[in-house]
Design a binder for this molecule. Structure first.
Ligand code: HEC
Ligand code: HEC
Length: 329
């Protein structure tokens, strides 16, 4: 019997060693993805479109502007996208890149094709996979060109951003390929820029990431685990002055019981976005979205009206859904 335990013990130790070695050996694996044929331009109309997307619906500013410039950003000013705000996740800390054109620390180091590949496929310049925080896989060719052209037109600023730090769980998730390249490169043709539901759908799915946050997801792997746009994706976040609060995305489908926007007119919806942040701890980039123009908001509203009602499950805590519109209660 003793011998049995001894051998089981040795086998277990060997298995653990093999597992740990596997994780360390594979955590840094790199991937291949095609290089899109995107060519940036200094055409002023293209650059202006890119600027609107970067500060508005595509909300690049929200993550890539350093925290100390957020007050200026929220006051409607232009800021430098020097990156570096740590994103603390259960699997490690990631740092948004310096996306000013600096030639040593920014995107001046990368070709248009490399930058477009990062956004189209979630594969970094060095082949490492990017966690699904920037789901711009299906942004149209024209909008991808506009976004990158605008970034190229900004002032280069030197800003060294730390390398991402993955904990053991993060390394294991990388080793098992759970964080991996995403887009299939099959980019649907974008509908014309107009207040139609079709354009709203393009914004909601491909540009503004409403889908990515308003669908329930596994917090470790990012996998979609709930019905689309029915909300329920959330986490405990620290509250200023102590304590924690569960912040969870709303159900955007027209379910009469749990749908957040039931009874909202188009004007209510637009007014809600103009009002900006109400739940202070919310991770929704309200500041960027409040810069969306009326046409974009109309298009989004119309798109959400076309969805089938889906009951949010689990239901979203009541205290988080009673903020808007104030007079409707
Ligand atoms: C939710 C936060 C978030 C948003 C929104 C966001 N980014 Fe990022 N971005 C990151 C993080 C985090 C990284 C670092 C990823 C890594 O190193 O794995 C990054 C990295 C990058 C990189 C470097 C990729 C490389 O090859 O090393 C580029 C370029 C970039 N972002 C551009 C953009 C653009 C353009 C937008 C808007 C269209 C945008 N980002 C929106 C968080 C964000
Ligand atoms: C990064 C995550 C994230 C993204 C992206 C996001 N949301 Fe949200 N959203 C949330 C969270 C969390 C809440 C609940 C807290 C709050 O009200 O801010 C929320 C709440 C809402 C509400 C209810 C507001 C209220 O006052 O009750 C609406 C409407 C909404 N989102 C619409 C959208 C639309 C439309 C988009 C895309 C343009 C979008 N969201 C993108 C996370 C997100």
């Amino acid at each position: 019997m003793r011998a049995f335990f001894k051998w089981t013990g040795i086998v277990l130790v060997l298995l653990v060693v093999a597992f740990v070695s596997f994780v360390f050996a594979k955590a840094g694996q790199t991937y291949e993805a095609p290089y899109p044929e995107i060519v940036t331009t200094s055409d002023s109309a293209v650059v202006a479109r890119g600027k609107h997307l970067v500060y508005g619906p595509a909300h690049c500013a929200d993550c890539h502007a350093p925290l100390e410039s957020h007050a200026r950003l929220n006051a409607g000013e232009e800021v430098d996208f020097t990156g570096g705000n740590p994103f603390e996740l259960p699997i490690g800390t990631v740092y948004p890149a310096n996306i000013t054109p600096d030639a040593e620390t920014g995107i001046g180091r990368f070709t248009d094709a490399e930058l477009a590949r990062s956004l189209r496929y979630g594969v970094r310049h060095d082949g490492r996979p990017i966690i699904d925080l920037m789901p711009f896989y299906d942004v149209s060719e024209a909008d991808m060109t506009a976004i990158l052209s605008y970034l190229r037109s900004t002032a280069p600023v030197r800003s060294e951003v730390p390398e991402n730090e993955w904990n053991f769980l993060g390394k294991a998730i990388h080793a098992f390929g759970l964080i991996k390249p995403m887009g299939d490169g099959d980019v649907p043709a974008a509908p014309p820029v107009d207040s139609t539901a079709a354009y709203g759908e393009y914004l909601a799915r491909s540009v503004a990431n409403c889908r990515g946050c308003h669908t329930n997801r596994d917090l470790m792997t990012g996998a979609y685990v709930g019905p689309e746009f029915a909300g329920g994706f959330g986490e405990q976040v620290p509250v200023e002055g102590g304590g924690m609060k569960f912040v969870v995305s709303a159900n955007l489908t027209p379910d009469p019981e749990t749908g957040r926007m039931v009874g909202w007119s188009e004007a209510d919806f637009i007014a809600r976005f103009r009002a900006g942040r109400i739940v202070k701890e919310s991770f929704m980039p309200w500041e960027s979205f409040s810069r969306m123009d009326t046409l974009e908001l109309k298009a989004l509203y119309r798109f959400f009206q076309t969805l089938d009602p889906v009951k949010a499950d689990p239901p979203i805590p009541k205290e988080l859904v009673d903020t808007w519109p104030p007079e409707a209660e």
